[in-house]
Design a protein around this ligand. Structure first.
Ligand code: BDP
Length: 697
């Protein structure tokens, strides 16, 4: 049990359940005319064989009770003969129904297209894996979001930006010739949760990816992924016409530049007819972009979109921009840049917006661009890799973070105008919709650096399929698929997962604090850091602690970032009486003696939260220790070890932050709270070269 099988382990079900299900999986009537049909059939044989002890017998017709019949009306006369109502399922939806065929009870998995049927096969397997019966079924499913995409921040040298699970899984050296099974397993895993796109390379893009030699490698990967309904996309560098094309400019209004991109798109589509499109980070953190030529983001995006449009490709243009403007609140800048461009983007452009206005912090309010650009197709960008949440080792289930962002109410058209409805296009009637997650996948045996990190890949996919699903329900699904259906395991593990994100917020950045982590590497606490090169990369810029108080005044008396939200939201955030505690210091600078709802002072409350975070991790450890014997040794020990690391580092976060804030406010700790283990100097002396040096002093 090294985690390699992810949630597709297909270990034998308990005898009673397997016995009950076997009668409903006696035969498998499934075509192999297309590659997708073939992998669907193979997955069902593999999954049912594993779960039930023996696989159903492949057959051409239903000759006994309990057959599973799989296909589309076009691929299967049996399915066609059932005259199922498939019209509202789209291309990717599916139906699973218990029917009677030729006098025999059977189960049909049907869709309008092979890919919907594959999703249905995974849906049926998931039911079994999660301990549910497979008789008397009548399920209909279709994705609510069109583009469900992983963004790999993988570099062509094999490293992964913000990757904590080993090197890149793309072996550019041996591509396009060698295609190890791992690529297929990657595609299976993604298809099992409905992911239908992958951006192979880092947003800080190397222009070389657009060279013909690399495009052939990309085409080989696309060939592996195609049967699983996954399209490939590439991050492109805006200045590629210069670097790869030898032109003197990358000005989007220059006809030569436009021609170059059109030619490049044609070349790509000759190699990859179903290529997805481009992801672009432009004029952001030093990347080139249209503004280098005094053109707008829309000019840049639309020029690329025009090159892709004849082939059906899209541009995912990132809204993560913040120029180095001293004095201007960093979190306001993307809105300032993009809001005026609402309605100016071509039909095949999506604006890819991070969930919060800063940068994937443990907690942020929702990004005010959601709800502010009704004439633009906004797609969500979440981070799955835990850049700001403890890298590989900390157990932080991101479901609650995603759900919080998706459920946030923009109030754009009154109550119920949730971010989820912006993302699924229903709020403003957009057809082209998307959700991206920055992948946490690497070459480690377990793909994600820890077993629990796999849950974050899983929950991202499930929420991209349906942003209204609950984080808890998905955690339970994943737990059952990953650790089995032993109720003594499921409940405690799910509870532990569900509490884990709040624990991390508490020991890192409670009450609306953000960006207190170490410079560059983003690991561990450095709230004191005020070093260059940019003020808005430093913790002191964000927490603004001084003798008088702490927090960033973003009300009208400060940066007025609240004004970027619809009035009811702005009013709530601006009001000290109304603002939820969890966003307090994000929007307000308040005195240390400020009286919180709890009756405690802000300082006491802050200390309480930091301490709570550490205690919660201690409890997670106890929970896990209680599962010893219920979980195989290998995975048990890895998680136990990682939780011990997490507890030590939660303590480090708490102590370093408390020691620092205390050095500023000079206040005593509230009664009953232990002082930091070391003086502030100790925490400040820790270095981070290659690995965290907290034990080095
Ligand atoms: C930041 C990461 C940086 C990314 C950037 C981005 O630290 O590595 O390049 O986001 O999203 O969070 O472009």
């Amino acid at each position: 049990e090294d985690g390699h099988d992810l949630w597709l382990r297909y270990r034998p079900l308990p005898a009673a359940q397997a016995d009950a299900a076997r009668g409903h999986a006696t035969q498998l009537v499934a075509g192999t005319a297309s590659a997708t049909q073939a992998v669907t059939r193979a997955e069902l044989l593999r999954g049912l064989g594993g779960l039930l002890g023996h696989a159903p017998v492949p057959a051409d017709a239903v000759s006994r009770d309990g057959a599973i019949v799989v296909g589309t009306p076009a691929s299967s006369p049996l399915v066609a003969g059932l005259h199922l109502d498939l019209h509202d399922l789209g291309r990717e939806g599916y139906l699973i129904r218990s029917v009677v065929l030729d006098g025999h009870p059977a189960t049909v998995i049907a869709g309008n297209d092979d890919i919907g049927v594959l999703y249905g096969a995974f849906g049926l397997l998931r039911r079994l894996q999660t301990g549910q019966p497979i008789d008397r079924l009548d399920l209909r499913e279709r994705p609510r979001v069109q583009l469900r995409v992983l963004d790999h921040w993988d570099n062509l040298d094999g490293s992964v930006e913000r990757g904590y699970a080993g090197a890149s899984i793309w072996d550019w050296w041996r591509l396009p010739d060698y295609l190890p099974p791992r690529y297929t397993d990657y595609a299976r895993a993604n298809a099992s949760i409905g992911i239908n796109g992958t951006v192979l390379n880092n947003v800080n893009a190397d222009p070389l990816i657009l060279s013909h030699a690399y495009l052939e490698k990309v085409a080989a990967l696309a060939g592996v992924f195609r049967p699983y309904g996954i399209r490939v996309y590439l991050s492109v560098r805006f200045s590629a016409p210069i670097e790869v094309g030898g032109l003197k400019t990358a000005d989007p209004l220059d006809p030569q530049v436009q021609r170059w991109w059109r030619g490049k798109a044609d070349e790509i589509y000759r190699l990859i007819p179903d290529f997805g499109g481009f992801l672009v980070k432009a004029n952001s953190e030093g990347q080139p972009g249209p503004q280098d030529y005094h053109r707008s983001h829309a000019d840049g995006a639309n020029m690329l979109a025009a090159a892709l449009a004849p082939h059906g490709g899209v541009v995912m243009w990132r809204a993560f921009v913040y120029a180095n403007k001293p004095g201007e609140d960093r979190i306001k800048q993307a809105y300032g840049e993009f809001k005026p461009l609402d309605g100016k983007f071509a039909a095949n452009v999506l604006l890819q917006v991070k969930n919060g206005p800063l940068d994937f912090q443990p907690r942020e309010p929702f990004n005010p661009l959601f709800g502010a650009m009704p004439k633009t197709q906004l797609m969500m960008e979440f981070q799955i890799t835990k850049e700001y949440l403890g890298f590989a080792t900390h157990l932080v289930y991101l479901g609650p973070l995603y759900q919080e962002a998706l459920a946030a109410d923009t109030m754009e058209h009154g109550k119920g105008s949730t971010v989820a409805k912006v993302v699924d296009g229903t709020l403003d009637g957009h057809a082209l919709t998307g959700m991206a997650g920055v992948a946490n996948i690497g070459a480690d045996r377990d793909w994600c650096g820890s077993v629990f990190n796999q849950a974050n890949w899983y929950v991202f996919g499930r929420l991209a399929w349906d942003p209204t699903l609950s984080a808890r329900a998905i955690a339970e699904e994943w737990t059952r698929m990953t650790f089995g259906n032993d109720e003594a395991v499921v409940r405690p593990v799910v509870d532990m997962m569900m509490g884990s994100r709040e624990a991390a917020v508490d020991y890192m950045t409670p009450l609306g604090l953000a960006h207190l982590m170490g410079h560059g590497h983003h690991y561990g606490p450095e709230p004191w850091d005020a070093s260059g090169p940019r003020a808005d990369w430093t913790p002191v810029y964000f927490h603004r602690a001084d003798k008088g108080g702490i927090g960033f005044d973003r009300t009208a008396s400060g940066s007025d970032a609240v004004a970027q939200y619809a009035p009811p939201v702005a009013n709530e955030f601006a009001s000290l009486r109304q603002i939820p505690d969890e966003y307090l210091l994000w929007f307000h600078h308040v005195p240390w003696s400020y009286r919180m709802r709890s009756g405690r002072t802000l300082w006491d409350e802050l200390v309480r939260h930091y301490t709570q975070g550490v205690e919660d991790v201690a409890r997670m450890r106890e929970t896990w220790a209680g599962l010893k014997g219920h979980i195989d040794d290998e995975r048990y020990r890895q998680v136990a070890t990682f939780l011990a690391i997490q507890q030590r580092e939660a303590q480090w976060w708490r102590d370093a932050c408390i020691a620092y804030f205390q050095s500023i406010n000079g206040l005593p700790l509230p009664a009953g709270y232990a002082p930091p283990a070391h003086p502030l100097k100790y925490y400040q002396s820790l270095s981070f070269k290659y690995v965290p040096g907290y034990s080095a002093w």
